[in-house]
Design a binder for this molecule. Structure first.
Ligand code: RB5
Length: 147
């Protein structure tokens, strides 16, 4: 499975740590984030993550900024993206099972490495349940189609 990961200056270290963690687990990782701590604008990297997912270059995206908020807002502007900010594993798990989210976001200034690993595991190890949840996700995507 291939994961695209992107970040702004606030999340370089955590991006590298999560990237290494994913590779150790056998995932292929595409890094589209900044690799320096020079201040930079997170929407650039949210869009890169989101486009890699909708273009099929990656199965899922992980986007990290200081809080996870700004970069998730940017991701969600790309059609076909359902990005969520998760600061604990339960929400990350449910974001897959019920919401079929395809981009996971979190904040490097909010979660530590161990918690981030648990959030990532919960997201990637959970499957969309479909059924009534498919109908609800379809209704969300209908909003996007209406513009
Ligand atoms: C950068 O200082 C910070 O604003 C950014 O990383 C993010 O938290 C925005 O939502």
């Amino acid at each position: 499975m291939k994961i695209v990961i992107g970040n702004d200056h606030a999340a370089v270290e955590l991006k590298n740590q999560i990237s290494d963690y994913l590779k150790e687990k056998g995932y292929e990782v595409l890094n589209v984030g900044t690799d320096t701590t020079e201040s930079i604008d997170y929407p650039i990297y949210g869009e890169k993550v989101a486009r890699a997912v909708v273009n099929g270059e990656a199965d899922f995206g992980i986007a990290i900024c200081g809080t996870g908020l700004g970069i998730s807002l940017a991701c969600n502007k790309v059609k076909g993206i359902r990005a969520c900010v998760c600061s604990e594993p339960y929400t990350a798990q449910m974001s897959r099972r019920h919401n079929n989210c395809n981009v996971l976001c979190f904040g490097a200034r909010v979660v530590g490495l161990d918690l981030a690993k648990m959030i990532v595991d919960s997201f990637l190890n959970s499957e969309f349940e479909g059924g009534r949840h498919q109908r609800r996700v379809d209704l969300i995507m209908d909003i996007e189609k209406r513009g």
